[in-house]
Design a protein around this ligand. Structure first.
Ligand SMILES: Nc1ncnc2c1ncn2[C@@H]1O[C@H](COP(=O)(O)OP(=O)(O)OP(=O)(O)O)[C@@H](O)[C@H]1O
Ligand SMILES: Nc1ccn([C@H]2C[C@H](O)[C@@H](COP(=O)(O)O)O2)c(=O)n1
Length: 243
């Protein structure tokens, strides 16, 4: 076969790039599911929550009052945030410094909803997220709170994960065991409070897109959720699913 023939065959065989948005409240399994689905399907992966955490960490490290929306807005353009998109080794740097560990502290978790509610922060990160998604050669799984509604409204597939507050708190407590005291009721209260703040803000709140597929993960294992999403992506790619 000549070069033109090879190129035509390759184009027929290679699946088109696919863009998947996965949203949902905290602890529903977005990160675990997104990473696994991306790895299985050879797609890139973007954790937009890590970006909101990174900008929050920068604000705290630079003495910005995170409850002063005007101060946060003024500083929103200053930090340089770089996200890796390898699902097996997600990375994030702020001004060249590795931010993977510091963005997971309780201090950042408590402050992130206030910083995320500032429109200038959202505009900046939304632009960054769209640019990263546009550059993914075979497609990408992007997880967050507003991917289906705002960041990538034309995504090929939108998933909205849910789970009961009890199940989510139990999952989180399992993660914390041995590291911090695990008070299930306090963990659940903190989750519910952060969800309320994220759902209640004016600019691109946590919400299910009208055309998203809702998956309740309360009684599903992580493997079952991953399998479900992989099947939905494959159906979407082959055009066999009902719209
Ligand atoms: N279906 C499931 N069954 C049991 N445990 C799960 C399930 N899905 C995820 N988990 C576990 O729950 C914890 C939270 O999952 P994960 O971090 O993926 O959630 P998330 O939605 O990304 O949370 P956040 O928005 O707070 O980052 C992890 O320890 C993960 O292993
Ligand atoms: N698209 C997004 C992603 C995240 N956020 C905010 C709201 C969350 O509470 C916070 C941390 O996210 P997590 O690491 O828990 O996924 O970031 C948002 O507003 N929009």
């Amino acid at each position: 076969m000549n070069n033109v023939g090879n190129a035509v065959t390759a184009a027929r065989i290679a699946p088109a790039a696919v863009v998947v948005g996965i949203d949902g409240p905290s602890g529903t399994g977005k990160s675990s599911t997104s990473k696994a689905v991306a790895a299985k399907l050879g797609l890139r992966y973007l954790d937009t929550g890590a970006q909101y955490r990174a900008i929050t960490w920068w604000m705290l490290s630079n003495g910005i009052d995170v409850n002063d929306a005007a101060a946060v807005a003024d500083a929103a353009g200053k930090p340089e945030i770089v996200s890796g998109t390898d699902p097996s080794a997600p990375a994030i740097t702020v001004d060249g410094a590795d931010a993977a560990a510091p963005i997971r502290t309780q201090e950042v978790t408590s402050a992130v909803s206030a910083v995320s509610a500032v429109p200038e922060v959202r505009t900046r990160l939304t632009e960054l997220q769209r640019a990263i998604a546009a550059e993914a050669p075979h497609g990408i799984v992007v997880e967050g709170r507003d991917i289906g509604t705002t960041v990538l409204p034309d995504a090929d597939l939108k998933i909205f994960l849910t789970a009961s507050a009890e199940a989510r708190a139990a999952r989180r407590s399992g993660e914390l065991k041995g590291k911090e005291a695990t008070d299930l009721a306090a963990t659940q209260a903190a989750l519910v409070k952060r969800d309320a703040a994220d759902s209640g803000r004016k600019t691109s709140p946590l919400a299910k897109a009208d055309d998203a597929v809702e998956v309740d993960t309360t009684d599903l294992t992580l493997d079952q959720v991953i399998e479900c999403v992989v099947t939905l992506v494959e159906e979407r790619r082959s055009g066999t699913e009902s719209a």
